[in-house]
Design a protein around this ligand. Structure first.
Ligand code: RFL
Ligand code: PHB
Length: 394
């Protein structure tokens, strides 16, 4: 026997996509239940993205989740591109009138969970064997196990917000689903350390030893990445080796300000571009990493998840308010248009900034020419800035 629950929208996954969707629906009087495979501690401890587009900041603020972000987040007016020691600043504010917000995804997630729970939200952390069924019917069910007992949620809609390794995407029949993928031949080794950032703005560096990124979480906590091999083992990277490698890649001027310290987190992430089309199957809607992945070079993954959820919440609210299904019907096509533009930007930034193992001398010359062009052209710089601060929602 299963315990039966009833709600309007069953959300699978309590990452930023699932949590924000639940909040936006709640703000419009629509009920949801969230099923999350991991524990709350695990979800709140994950170190992920760091940069929020202007539109994401607006979305979080409008949803009522922006209070601590506005207090503790760092507004950035620009970032730097470096190429073998030469620098070019992308003046985001001057070129677009907009800024980005540096505020960790970990903090966004904590803020969202705290607010949803304080409002009495149902979030089943530790839900096992989550399985959406009958999603093409008007009464989909989501089955799962929790604390050893069987449960099922009866709902009108299922939101698959369960990330790249979730179950939802596979619920979209293989005969309906098309996927597009590029796996890059390298990864990013990232560390977090309680040291002041090397620069008050981010630095993306193409260096002959490999890409490096200087980012931060606050004025006392730094986040750094270096390109590494996909076969690399974290055990091969002592803190000292990481700091030496970063120093070599970011150029002498920046390196002079680098403060070393013990790492408090260290991990390797693969780089991938991926899109699943369509993002709807019957009454199941995919949002965020469940439907698409971008390499982190453009700082877009979290922002894309937020953009999907803005559309999806609008579509569901419109359905419940007026019975108008047009927004739901257009969800996949509208999102995908924007997603492909963001895929393009993330791919472009990745191609420009990394060392490719099988790259020819010609490929390297092209990267250098791209950098020189951007550095000499306000138009080219503006194109980068426009994408980095975030393309408008349609
Ligand atoms: P998430 O965050 O992966 O959340 C999915 C949730 O679903 C749960 N789940 C399940 N729950 C129930 N049943 C199942 N079968 C389930 N399977 C999975 C998971 O436990 C999880 O809680 O997806 P969401 O919400 O779509 O959010 C996407 C973002 O997390 C992601 O795009 C970003 O972190 C990507 N990203 C960055 N994005 C940016 O916008 N700016 C950045 O600066 C940036 N930097 C990054 C990044 C991702 C990185 N890694 C580690 C992949 C830097 C890195 C290193
Ligand atoms: C981060 O701070 O983790 C970060 C910043 C910018 C990126 C990717 C990751 O492009």
């Amino acid at each position: 026997m299963s315990t039966r629950h009833k709600t309007q929208v069953c959300i699978i996954g309590s990452g930023p996509a699932g949590l924000l969707l639940s909040q936006l629906l709640h703000n419009s009087g629509i009920e949801s239940i969230i099923l999350e495979r991991q524990t709350r501690e695990h979800v709140e401890g994950r170190i992920r993205a760091g940069v929020l587009e202007a539109g994401s900041v607006e979305a979080l603020t409008e949803a009522g989740i922006g209070e601590r972000m506005m207090r503790e987040g760092l507004l950035h007016d620009g970032f730097n591109l470096a190429f073998d020691g030469d620098h070019h600043r992308i003046d985001l504010k001057g070129l677009t009138g907009k800024q980005v917000m540096v505020y960790g995804q970990t903090e966004v997630t904590r803020d969202m969970i705290a607010l949803r729970l304080s409002q009495g939200a149902e979030i089943a952390f530790g839900a096992q064997d989550v399985l959406p069924v009958d999603v093409t019917s008007s009464k989909p069910l989501v089955k799962y196990r929790h604390n050893g007992a069987s449960h099922e949620v009866e709902c009108a809609f299922v939101a698959g917000c369960d990330g790249f390794h979730g179950v939802s995407r596979n619920t979209v029949l293989e005969s309906v689903r098309q996927t597009f993928e590029r796996v890059y031949p390298f990864g990013w080794l990232g560390i977090l350390s309680d040291t002041p950032p090397v620069s008050h703005e981010l630095i993306y560096a193409n260096h002959q030893r490999g890409f490096a990124l200087c980012s931060m979480r606050s004025m006392t906590r730094s986040r750094y990445y270096v390109q590494c091999s996909t076969e690399d083992d974290i055990a091969n990277w002592s803190d000292a080796r990481f700091w030496d490698e970063l120093t070599a890649r970011i150029g002498e001027d920046a390196a002079r300000n680098l403060v070393r310290g013990p790492s408090i987190e260290k991990s390797i992430a693969p780089l991938r571009s991926f899109v699943c089309e369509p993002m709807r199957h019957g009454n199941l809607f995919l949002a965020g990493d469940a439907a698409h992945i971008v390499p982190p070079t453009g700082a877009k993954g979290l922002n894309l998840a937020i953009a999907d959820v803005r559309y999806l919440s609008r579509a569901l609210i419109e359905h419940y308010r007026s019975g108008n299904a047009a927004w739901l019907d257009n969800y996949s096509a509208t999102c995908l248009k924007r997603i492909w533009k963001v895929e393009r930007f993330s791919w472009y930034m990745s191609m420009m900034l990394h060392q490719f193992p099988d790259d020819s001398a010609f490929g390297k010359k092209m990267q250098r020419a791209e950098f020189d062009y951007i550095a000499s052209s306000e138009t080219a710089s503006r194109a980068i800035a426009e994408n980095y601060v975030g393309l408008p929602l349609d």
